[in-house]
Design a protein around this ligand. Sequence first.
Ligand code: CMX
Length: 435
Amino acid sequence: MDKLKLIFHEKSVALGKEIKDLIKNNGDKEVDQVHLRQLYGGMRGLKAMTYETSALDPIEGIRFRGFSIPELREKLPTAADGNEPLPEGLFWLLLTGELPEHEDVTWLTKEWKKRANLPQHTKDIIDNMPLDTHPMTLFSMGILSLRNNGIFAEKYAEGMTKYDYWDPTYEDSMNLIATLPQLAAYIYNRKYNNGKQIDPDPDLDWGANFAHMLGNDSQGFKELMRIYLTIHSDHEGGNASAHTTHLVNSTLSDVYYSLSAGIDALAGPLHGLANQEVIKWVFEMIEQLGTETPSDEDIKKYIQDTLNSGRVIPGYGHAVLRRPDPRFIAQKRFAERNIKDSNLVNIIWKLYEHVPPILQSLGKVKNPWPNVDAHSGALLVHYGFKEYEYYTVLFGVSRALGVLAAATWSRALGLALERPKSVTTEWVKEFVKFH
Ligand code: CMX
């Protein structure tokens, strides 16, 4: 058994025992109350599941196994030629709860290279879809098509015991993560590079190799991919992509089905697609105003016009956060370190100044601050990556690290099939008569 799998197994067995005791001794304790508004309000804030790999505080933002993003930048191993954390290290941390040594990350890079396998039938599916198919559709279909190589379903059919579910879930997750950059790059090159595919570079780490297969070998873009793929990975369990992956996986659908479904959730404009919407909205502003250096007054008016037309300001607001998203701040810091004099980045920073007070003035927006999607497009465009319809695929490749680490935990802990109770409005009307 490899070291990563062994550490994971030992830790999950120990936690599984603790959880059994916790439930046995405290199972009847009340954790939360449900208010009527939450029945209709997307269950905001309701504590109703566990998720081991990360936790989100409304004020402080995300912590991955207890580590904030600035701490990860300090503590996770970096590539020999860079300063940004390697996503391999983040995955190790999510899966084991331990910071990896440099050699662990080197091993994982090699392991994912070994496991990467994009079959011909997946390429055929992508090639046979109309060229104007959205990249997220292709990405979800591609993930599903990789299922033919899945191990969990095969072992399940052979009669595997429930105590072994974690093992093929780990194997499938590792194989899938290893292959995702190749799948995503295949989609990109088919759609935007006249079908000219770029072979992986065996000397590069997972993130840098992805940058390479996307046709950009600049040092800046490689570093951007490493930090990007690290910070977009996980955001506790209740967000739509993580929760969808978890729900589907709880039926013992394997990780191919589960991730494909999670990616479908990420493709919504209120969730991951917001990264495409932000840059589209900014490009439209530049076109409308006829300048890349709009005045403060022009920007404020554009924001107001968007709201007046009944649309949301993409990249702003959050269901949990109540302060600027640390993932936004991490990208701003990256721009401050690496990008000088970009009109687009300056617009993003001006929006950061002007959107919050305007949203606050509406009196209903609970979080007027930027989220992760507000900044990423400007960084990508700076490095020549302008095909914004593709941006959510980058988010999806990263999100796989978190939700598949979490799915492996769920199978090891034997978490139950998710099946909450729904009620009808008739039931609610009767209920309020007596309460
Ligand atoms: N622009 C305009 N109005 C906004 C807004 C925004 N950015 N954010 C929230 N509001 C509005 C809501 O639409 C809602 O209005 P109604 O009462 O008229 O329906 C009101 O403010 C209250 O909403 P909320 O409680 O503050 O926010 P929710 O938890 O309901 O929704 C979110 C959160 C992210 C869907 C919302 O802020 C939004 O639509 N933002 C823009 C899209 C976006 O950036 N999504 C990406 C989120 C991060 C990610 O998952 O990737």
